[in-house]
Design a protein around this ligand. Structure first.
Ligand code: ADP
Length: 476
């Protein structure tokens, strides 16, 4: 296939090499999805200690002397089908621990560690590697936030830049005194440029210097301009309004497909769904006459888990059931456990992280509950759509973009894919669960919503096309 363009992706995590959260899934999925439509993406990552084993099969393609306290090189090679560039700077990355922290907490020099990644990303974007010159630099989150800034301040060389926000909560803060150490120009230290509440933020630096800004759903892009969601950066993002857009994440449909489960099913053959449901109920000793709901989540206030104790007793009384898989806040773990103790035939709780069980739950559940207070994109509602496990979601972030409420109008035109409630409180959530009970009781309507859900495209194709269009725009 003819190559349409080249993109250097700069990030701190990438599946299958290193992952602490959803960022890694996106960074790892994009290159393959883009390759299918002619875009050549390479991913620049720090060579953490856990990644050092890959270096011996790689070729040195860049040498960077004196990179924040030591010499560094960039090694190129393929890992799991991806074109990867590893920044080998042992003085910054060859340490015991995770990407951001060691045994004693966050690394003291994180600002410098990720400034180094951004510095080399900007240099490679500007000058290109031998035989490979990027058209666009794509930076992800605060860890790569300085990359568009270095590119702008050092001369772009005609390369466009995009910054994607996966999580606005982490902003890469550093004191103003770090300006020189981080190789940033003193004259840019003012509120409309690098200054952030008297200090520095690599995320803000990226937001003011990148040509374009994206986040992981259109609705979250709009929400980020408001004080409730912007976490201090709402003004900066609103000021860039015209350059901000949202592109939904996709799902790896090789891993998440009802046809690939041990008891396989499809929208046409929903008997398989019934068999999965029976197996799930048997696994947990449940007897549930009405809809069997599932929750698979970090147990935190962000995810609205604290609302469950208020709404689940009525749902149980109406014949519903609940299986919870997750871990997190001890008080919330205790709260869901007490529901299990109170309703042992209709509620089951598993504290922990269990990928295989999560598949059995999506395959066997009737509905997935996602009552988040904020949700940049959200994946579990998309697995729910793919599996005909009807999502019941709050109307925030990517949840509002991906689920169509079963209102009378949406039912009439055959568009409904789930239940959407607003505001995020016990009253609205309780009403949504009552709606779930009545919808489930109407077998024809229920089957229709399941089918509509399973017809929704949740793979990466649409999103990859949207990123490609953005890159194309930048090149023009
Ligand atoms: P977030 O990244 O904010 O936690 P997402 O919905 O974007 O929320 O992604 C969460 C991912 O983690 C989903 O793939 C979900 O299935 C998975 N997950 C969360 N908790 C568990 C768990 N306890 N066991 C298995 N998978 C889990």
């Amino acid at each position: 296939m003819q190559i349409k363009g080249r993109v250097l992706s700069v990030a701190s995590e990438c599946v299958p090499l290193i992952k602490t959260g959803g960022l890694a899934d996106v960074v790892g999925a994009l290159p393959e999805a883009l390759a299918r439509i002619g875009w050549d993406m390479r991913v620049l990552l720090p060579a953490y200690r856990a990644l050092q084993r890959y270096l011996e099969d790689m070729d040195e393609v860049w040498f960077e002397p004196g990179l924040f306290g030591g010499d560094a090189r960039v090694m190129a090679g393929k890992v799991g089908g991806l074109d990867v560039l590893l920044l080998d700077a042992p003085h910054l990355y060859d340490r015991e621990g995770g990407p951001y922290s060691g045994p004693g907490g966050d690394w003291f020099d994180n600002a410098r560690r990720f400034a180094a990644l951004s510095w080399v990303g900007a240099r490679i974007a500007r000058d290109g590697l031998e035989g490979w010159k990027p058209d666009v630099l794509h930076a992800h989150d605060w860890q790569a936030g300085f990359a568009p800034a270095y590119l702008m301040y050092g001369g772009t060389g005609g390369v466009g830049s995009v910054l994607t926000i996966h999580n606005i909560a982490f902003q890469g803060w550093a004191p103003a005194t770090a300006l020189g150490d981080l190789r940033l120009p003193y004259e840019q230290f003012y509120p409309a440029a690098l200054e952030y509440y008297g200090g520095l933020s690599s995320l803000k630096a990226g937001l003011v210097t990148a040509d374009r800004i994206t986040t992981v759903s259109p609705n979250y892009a709009a929400e980020l301009m408001r004080a409730e969601f912007g976490m201090g950066l709402q003004g900066v993002i609103a000021a860039r309004g015209a350059d901000v857009s949202g592109i939904l994440n996709g799902v790896d449909t090789g891993v998440w497909s009802p046809g690939a489960e041990p008891i396989a099913y499809s929208a046409k053959a929903m008997q398989g769904k019934a068999a999965n449901r029976a197996a799930l109920c048997a696994e947990f000793g449940l007897q549930v006459p009405g809809p069997l709901a599932i929750v698979i989540s970090r147990l935190t206030d962000q995810k609205g888990i604290d609302l469950l104790p208020g709404v689940i007793p009525d749902f149980i009384a109406g014949g519903g059931g609940l299986v919870v898989l997750g871990s997190g806040d001890p008080a919330l773990e205790a709260a869901v456990r007490s529901l299990e103790a109170r309703f042992p035939d209709q509620v089951a709780v598993r504290i922990g992280y269990d990928e295989a069980l999560s598949h059995r739950m999506f395959a066997g559940g009737d509905a997935v509950l996602v009552p988040s207070r904020f949700e940049p994109c959200g994946l579990t509602q998309m697995y729910g759509l793919a599996y005909g496990t009807v999502p019941v979601v709050s109307a925030v972030g990517g949840l509002a973009d991906t689920v169509i409420n079963a209102s009378p109008a949406a039912m009439a035109v055959g568009a409904a894919t789930g239940i959407v409630f607003h505001p995020v409180d016990g009253l609205a959530f309780g009403q949504a669960l009552r709606h779930l009970l009545t919808l489930y009781a109407d077998k024809t309507a229920w089957a229709q919503v399941q089918k509509n859900a399973m017809r929704q495209p949740v793979d990466w194709a649409g999103s990859a096309a949207a990123y490609a269009a953005l890159y194309e725009d930048l090149r023009a």
